[in-house]
Write a protein that binds this ligand. Structure first.
Ligand code: SF4
Length: 249
């Protein structure tokens, strides 16, 4: 159950820009549906997708556009790709540090928000950055703050808030919300994936890695060769991808 917040209603009335961090995953999709039902006006909504290039699922941008064709979409691109980052560092990011998230997603998205606010003075620098994290996802996610003022980004005339609109939803509620809106989730879920974003995530389950290896053979080979070249594994278990999936490159 989501409690409508007086602060959010006030921010809508003040004309804030609501940025939807959209990965093309089911949580982002449900979050956008929920925000529109909640009453965020379309002219105060902006979608931003952090494009992970070759390591993300094909069709992500098309999926976002097909489920929200009437809203503006900004594509945020990182300065270097995830594979380049691994090559440079000689190791994969760890789930604890998650340098991939900060360099490939958070940093580029925040840069695009700053640019958009500067180019659109009607928002007076007032922004609510909406993310689709849910408490159910993990014990650490459950400790996240639903709504907060962000002092780090509230500079140079900006007033910046971070909001997790669907924090309390279960995965079942997320999927029901998508279908009730007459939409369908990204194709990769139908192919067996439980999570989206990078095809091969440092935090993915054995089942998801195995499914992705079967679906994305060429990219899988690239990851296996990268593991061999840098002498470091994608998985924190220190097992190589072929050991985890049982699939040879
Ligand atoms: S999906 Fe996984 S590997 Fe990709 S950026 Fe996010 S945490 Fe890192």
């Amino acid at each position: 159950m989501i409690c409508p917040s007086m602060q959010i209603l006030e921010l809508i009335a003040r004309g804030a820009l609501f940025v939807v961090n959209h990965s093309a995953g089911k949580d982002s999709q449900a979050m956008l549906i929920w925000l529109r039902v909640f009453g965020i006006p379309d002219d105060q909504l902006l979608l931003i997708h952090a494009d992970l290039g070759e390591v993300e699922w094909p069709g992500n941008i098309e999926h976002i556009q097909s489920t929200a064709p009437d809203l503006p979409l900004v594509i945020a691109r990182p300065r270097r790709s995830l594979l380049e980052m691994v090559e440079d560092r000689g190791m994969f990011p760890s789930p604890q540090q998650r340098q991939c998230t900060s360099d490939l997603k958070r940093g580029p998205i925040e840069r695009e928000i700053r640019r958009f606010l500067k180019a659109n003075p009607r928002f007076n620098g007032l922004v609510v950055n909406c993310m689709g994290m849910r408490a159910e996802e993990s014990p650490s996610r459950a400790k996240a703050t639903r709504f907060r003022f962000n002092p780090r980004n509230s500079k140079a005339g900006r007033e910046w808030y971070d909001w997790l609109p669907i924090f309390d939803l279960t995965v079942g509620e997320v999927l029901r919300m998508i279908f009730a809106a007459g939409q369908a989730p990204h194709w990769a879920y139908y192919a067996g994936m439980t999570r989206l974003s990078c095809c091969f995530c440092i935090m993915a389950s054995k089942a998801d890695l195995t499914t992705a290896a079967g679906l994305m053979r060429s990219l899988y080979r690239t990851y296996v060769e990268l593991e061999q070249r840098v002498g470091h594994t994608l998985s924190m278990s220190r097992q190589t991808l072929p050991q985890i999936t049982g699939i040879a490159a």
